[in-house]
Write a protein that binds this ligand. Structure first.
Ligand code: HEM
Length: 138
């Protein structure tokens, strides 16, 4: 995953959150910084997926930039709904078609020190087909 959103260039002078941004500036929004902003998230460093389901509704189309999945505004992703369906179907097919088991040493989800959101150790798991062979296209 990229630590920054796609770079954008300001076409005119503007002010964002009280900061003057001169025309021509390149702006990089930190995905890492947004997701760990303690002014927005309670205990941002805790693994707590429920923070996204507190109101019983999950949306990855987030217009306040509390986090970035599809971003927002004029340059936001045109395919938020399609992307969500594709990702959900991919996950569903992986779960439907394979029995998954962790490697003998287990799965270590610690992050690498590079701060670009990569795992310290590559995440691996064993996938054993659970359906008839003709249902797996080559
Ligand atoms: C899970 C899947 C996807 C994710 C997470 C994703 C995320 C993003 C992000 C973060 C941006 C940049 C927004 C910005 O610059 O502020 C973007 C732009 C864009 N995405 Fe996606 N995207 C996904 C799937 C797709 C798909 C399936 C399509 C096309 C069928 C698509 C088409 C585009 C296009 C055309 C832009 C550029 C929009 C513009 O600059 O006007 N994306 N996407």
């Amino acid at each position: 995953m990229s630590p920054f959103n796609v770079p954008h260039k300001f076409m005119q002078d503007t002010t964002v959150a009280g900061y003057h941004i001169p025309k021509g500036s390149h702006v990089l929004v930190s995905r890492y910084g947004l997701g760990r902003n303690s002014k927005v998230w309670v205990n941002p460093l805790s693994f707590d997926p429920e923070r996204h389901t507190n109101d019983g509704h999950v949306s990855l189309l987030e217009n306040d930039l509390k986090f970035i999945s599809f971003s927002t505004g004029r340059r936001g992703c045109i395919a938020g709904v399609l992307g969500t369906y594709i990702t959900t179907m991919l996950l569903a097919r992986m779960v439907q078609r394979f029995d998954w088991t962790p490697p003998p040493k287990g799965i270590d989800l610690s992050e690498a020190a590079d701060e670009i959101l990569t795992p310290a150790i590559p995440v691996t798991a064993f996938a054993k087909p659970r359906l008839p062979p003709n249902l797996y296209p080559i």
